[in-house]
Design a protein around this ligand. Structure first.
Ligand code: AMP
Length: 210
């Protein structure tokens, strides 16, 4: 199954993608995680992407489309994949169509802006493996250490309150129109994302018919 996880920043896409990825044995492809990896490694793409990310803006379409094209060509995507954070603009969705990639379902996680700001303040990311946690809603079993790989957990630079507000503005302006795009194709399923991690997983599985 080829799935897009859609929703505002902090809606829980990454957390749900990790769970579904294990359950369905298909990879999660997160453009945000790939870009953060490139920033950490200091590659030319990472260096140019950082300034957009740090301000809460989107990285240019041609950069992320290139990332996705390369990633989807890998063998592990043959039996399906979960896209987390891509597409984020209509041109990105059109590029996916132009690549001949067939999407089976787009799950839109619905979380209001007020809840997003609250959630972002507690979000933590493992600095080594990228696993995501939340101090209240999805804590690591090892406190401020990652319970997957034992490394330190960090607050993402772009989770600072002023950047979060910019990311929400960007989401409503550039990304939300995609709902109409996929609704028009008849593959959009909306799922309430405010009920906690496990309850949301159940709702998502029902929407996916699994
Ligand atoms: P995320 O981890 O999905 O919240 O992404 C973090 C940041 O990476 C975003 O705020 C953007 O700056 C950048 N980014 C990730 N995915 C995309 C995308 N599909 N298009 C443009 N920028 C993206």
């Amino acid at each position: 199954m080829n799935i897009i996880l859609f929703g505002p920043p902090g809606a829980g896409k990454g957390t749900q993608a990790e769970i579904l990825s294990k359950d369905l044995s298909i990879p999660t492809i997160s453009t945000g995680a790939i870009i953060r990896g490139a920033v950490k490694e200091g590659t030319p793409m990472g260096l140019s992407a950082k300034k957009y990310m740090d301000g809460g803006a989107l990285v240019p379409d041609e950069v992320v489309i290139g990332i996705i094209k390369e990633r989807l060509a890998k063998d592990d995507c043959k039996n399906g994949f979960i896209l987390d954070g891509f597409p984020r603009t209509v041109p990105q969705a059109e590029a996916l169509d132009a690549m001949g990639v067939k999407i089976d379902v787009v799950v839109s996680l619905e979380v209001p802006d007020e809840a997003i700001v609250d959630r972002m303040s507690g979000r933590r990311v493992c600095k080594v493996c990228g696993a995501t946690f939340h101090t209240i809603y999805n804590p690591s079993a090892k406190g401020e250490k990652c319970d997957v790989c034992d490394a330190d957990l960090l607050i993402r630079d772009d989770d600072k309150p002023e950047v979060v507000l910019n990311r929400l503005v960007t989401y409503h302006k550039e990304t939300e129109p995609l709902k109409e795009y996929y609704c028009g194709k008849g593959i959009l399923k909306s799922v309430e994302g405010t009920n906690g991690v496990e309850a949301t997983t159940e709702l998502m599985k029902a929407a996916l018919g699994i």
